[in-house]
Ligand binder design. Structure first.
Ligand code: BTN
Length: 247
C-alpha cells in the first residue's frame, strides 16, 4: 500500500467518504479508505451493500487516471477486476470476472466493485474505486444472489484489515501496469478470467431471453455476445446473464 489507510470503525459509505474528502482537499493517488461497517453501503444501480460488521473488506481506493480518456474508462475496471482475482489467486482461490462488476468463486459472488469517476471537461479527474470483498462472512440472507466468502471457499480466517493492505498492493501493481502502457496485457489477462467465456449462456436484453456466447469485451467496455448470425456489443444496462448466481 502506497499510503497509510484512513480507517473508520463505522461510516455511511467509504465511497461517500472518499467523495467528501476529494471535495475538501487534495489527496494523494493511491489513498485507501477502510471501514469495519457501513451504515449506507452503496452497490451498483442504487442497490444497498450490506455487510456484517468486521467480517469483510469494505474499501475505497482513490486514483487519478489522467492517462485514460473517458472512452477508455472501462480499462480501469479491467485492471481493478484483475487485481482482485490476482489477490484471490494468491489465497488459492480461482476467481472469475463476471462482466461488468462482479467477482465470482464457484459461481457465487465474492466481491462487488463500484467505480465512481469524476469527469470534468471530457477528462477523468479522479476515480473512486469501491470494493466490497467477502472475507469471513458465512451467511448472506440479504444478498439477492448466491454469495460466498474467502472463508467459505478456502477457510481464510484472517482479519479483513490486514488483507486489505495486500489487496491494495495488487491494485497498485495492475494500475501501474495500465499506466505504463500495458493495456493489451491487461486485455488478454482479463479475457482469460472472464466468467463463462466461450460457453453458451442464457441472457435477457429486457425484451426477450436468448442463448448466446460471451466472446469478450470491446474497448469501450461493452460485452460482446455471439447469438444467431453474429456478434453484438451490449452496454451496461442492455443485457444480463441469467444464471444461478451473480447480480
Ligand atoms: C455491487 O456489487 O453492487 C458493488 C458493491 C460495492 C460495495 C463497496 S463496499 C466499499 C465501497 N463503499 C460503498 O458504499 N460501496 C463500495
Amino acid at each position: 500500500m502506497k499510503h497509510k489507510p484512513l480507517t473508520y470503525r463505522e461510516i455511511d459509505s467509504t465511497n461517500a467518504e472518499a467523495a467528501r474528502l476529494l471535495r475538501s482537499g487534495n489527496l494523494p493517488g493511491g489513498v485507501v479508505i477502510l471501514t469495519d461497517y457501513q451504515s449506507s453501503g452503496r452497490g451498483q444501480e442504487k442497490n444497498v451493500w450490506v455487510s456484517d460488521p468486521g467480517k469483510n473488506i469494505l474499501m475505497s481506493w482513490i486514483v487519478y487516471p489522467a492517462f485514460l480518456s473517458v472512452q477508455d474508462q472501462f480499462q480501469l475496471s479491467k485492471a481493478v477486476s484483475l487485481a482482485i482475482t490476482d489477490f484471490l489467486g494468491a489465497h488459492s482461490l480461482d476467481a472469475r470476472i463476471k462482466w461488468p462488476n462482479d467477482i465470482l468463486c464457484s459461481d457465487a459472488k465474492i466481491c462487488g466493485i463500484l467505480i465512481e469517476n469524476g469527469i470534468m471537461g471530457g477528462q477523468i479527474r479522479h476515480s473512486i474505486v469501491g470494493i466490497g470483498l467477502n472475507v469471513r462472512q458465512e451467511r448472506f440472507p440479504e444478498f439477492p444472489w448466491k454469495a460466498t466468502s474467502m472463508f467459505l471457499e478456502a477457510g481464510t480466517d484472517v482479519a479483513p484489515g490486514g488483507l486489505a493492505a495486500s489487496l491494495a498492493g495488487f491494485l497498485d501493481l495492475r494500475y501501474d501496469q495500465l499506466a505504463g502502457g500495458g493495456a493489451e496485457v491487461i486485455n488478454r489477462a482479463y479475457l482469460q478470467r472472464l466468467y463463462r467465456l466461450d460457453v453458451p449462456s442464457i441472457f435477457t436484453d429486457g425484451r426477450s431471453q436468448f442463448t448466446g456466447v460471451v466472446r469478450g469485451v470491446d474497448d469501450s467496455g461493452r460485452l460482446r455476445v455471439e447469438a444467431g448470425a453474429g456478434i453484438t456489443s451490449y452496454g451496461f444496462h442492455e443485457i444480463r446473464m441469467l444464471c444461478r448466481s451473480g447480480s
